[in-house]
Structures are given as C-alpha cells and as structure tokens.
Design a protein around this ligand. Sequence first.
Ligand code: VNL
Length: 399
Amino acid sequence: MTTTRRLVTHSALGALGTIACAAAGLLTPGFAAAQADALKIGLILPMTGPFASTGRQIEAAARLWMAQNGAKVAGKTVELIVKDDAGVADTTRRLAQELVVNDKVVALAGFGLTPLALAAAPVATQGKTPLVVMAAATSSITEASPYIIRTSFTLPQAAIGIAEWAAKNKIKKAVTMVTDYGPGIDAEKFFVDRFLLNGGTVPEKLRTPLRSPDFAPVLQKVRDAQPDAVFVFLPSGQGAAFMKQFAERGLDKAGIKLIGTGDVVDDDILADMGDVALGVVTSHHYSAAHKSPANQKYVAAFQAANPKMRPNFMSVGGYDGMRVIYKALEATKGASGEALLAAMKGQIFESPRGQVLIDAQTRDIVQDIYIRRVEKVNGALYNVEFDAMKGVKDPGKNR
Ligand code: VNL
C-alpha cells in the first residue's frame, strides 16, 4: 500500500485515499464483527439419564482439550456450547436444529448413542454443518450424512479382534449376548461371522433391551447352553450391573468365560466391579492403561482436572473430536461448512489410544484394536493390553 502511494501523483493520491477510506468504511464493521464473532461448537450429550456417564466423560475431555490448547483458534474465540439431550433422540434433533439455526455453530459434536447421532444427521446435511460423532458406534452412522466425521470407533472394528482371539484360545462354543439395537446387532454379526469362519460354534444369540435391561433371564439361558464363553456387548455404563448378576448367578464359577468388546469393562466403572472382572478378555481401541507417553500424560491431566474420574474410551472420542475440529479450524483460518469438513478429512495424529487416521473416503476412524485382560495394577483393576491389530478400518464398510 505504502509503495503504491509513493508512485502516484499528489492529486491521484487524494482520489485514491478517498476510495480507500470509503472501502475501509464499508468493510470495517463486517470485518470487526467477524473478528469478534466466536467460533461456536455445539456439544450435544446425554448429561442426565441412564447414559450420563458418557456425557460426563466427553464433556470433561472436551474441556481438557480446550484448557490445554487455549480457547483461541485462527484469532477467534472458541465457544463450547454444551446441551443435554438426556439420551432422547427427539431432543437431540431439536437441539441440533437450534444450534445450527440460532447459534450458527461451525460444528455439531458429541452424540452418546446411535439413535441420537442418526436423529441429528439430517440437520447436519441441511445446514451443511460438520457433525463429529464422538461416541456412537454403529458402522452405518457415517452413511447417514456426508457431513459426519467419527472419532469414536465402530463395533465391527472392535468385535473382530476378540473373535480372532477366542478361536485361537480354546474357545470352541460361544453364546452371544448383545443390546438389541444398532451397535449390538453389528457386534453380534461381526463376532459370529468371524468366530464361525475360524471353526467355532454359536448355539444361542441372545439380546437384551436398551432401556432397563434385566440380565437374569438371559444369563439363565447362557448357563443352560454351557458354552466355553459368552461374548457380550453392552453400551457404556451397563457393565457394572451386568457383572454383578454374572457373579451372583455363579457363571464365573461354572467355567463360562466372559469375553466381549471393551464397552462392558469400561474404565469409568471398572475400578468398582470387584474381582469378578479379573481375567475378562475384550478387544477395544482404548484402555486407560495404554502404555504410551501421550496416554500417560492424558490420564494424568484428565485426573488432575477431574479427581474422581478415570478417563474411558468415550473421553478419548471427545478429546480427539476436539482435536479434529481445532486443527480443521486452524487450517482453514476459521472457515465453516464444506471447507471445514474437507479439513477434517484425512487428519493423522497421535491420540492417547495410539496413531489414528480420519479416512477421507469413509470419514470414519482407522485405528489399532487391542486385546486386553482385566488385571490388578497397583491394586486397581485395569484393562491391560497384550496384543494389537494395527490400523483397523471399519470392516462394516465393505459389506
Ligand atoms: C453406543 C455404542 C453406545 C457403544 C455406547 O455406550 C457404546 C451406540 C453408550 O452407538 O449407541 O458403548
């Protein structure tokens, strides 16, 4: 600008100055408003109701990310708006709508359960707003809107690891017990298919309702079938009640091994499960006991900020989801819509769970799946990882 001015004549400089001032006058208010405008992220979670632990874990992790990385991105202030859907899909949809239309959020995030993510998907499509699924894990969710990115996991991804392990570890006959909705049906299908392929048999496939499940009748059926193992998927939060009944009915003493995806021995509740959990083998993408400097730092910081909590796999979905949003905002200097979505795709980074990739094609997460056994570490129960499948893509996408 200064150089240009030096080159023009005095009178021309006057004219140019007037134009420049007029242009500045037009631009300044908008520019200032854009600067002052916060980048809003709408975090919708079950903060009350039966799945409140998922909401608590993800909110704590999102706040930890912001405390560690600052509340400013691309020169703008990031504002996290947390909304409680209490696990009710109609509420999720209404809140998503309000956040997009009234608050003009740059991204929707959270989504504790599959029906909640599915309810919000059309809002993301209509509003051209990226939606980051931090918890829900039915394979097909990412297909419900081209604006969905996932930082949690999928049940097919988690279930295959334990099916492989079981077949190689003297488990010939297994019964399945899953919650009767999206992720449970995915877990059942992918466990059974792989287990049968490896020569196992599955005499019974049992399902329990999502709301207020009573495990007594299904556990009796498991007992009657006398399998070597029962494969279990239950959503995060239900594992403790299940484990109690498993012990009360003496299934552990009857020699029936408990295996599953890691949801049933979730770190949020594992410490209080008691010795019945010892020896339970599961496959999953995250354990608080994961041995890496990044995870040790994560667990220490999470517990310093939340002294009564141990971070679980839900928290990591929330933490990494914030990372994906922040880095996309940084890369685009605070863009929204398509540009922001594009910057979320293909991100590669080290999560507390290990190396991950947001697959640009499927918008789903690619990650290592660990085989873990519940053991006592310094007197407390943990999922101790002893084997891993590297870089697992969601097997549900190749159906
Ligand atoms: C879902 C999947 C929910 C796995 C979970 O806990 C879970 C879901 C609330 O997609 O609904 O552990």
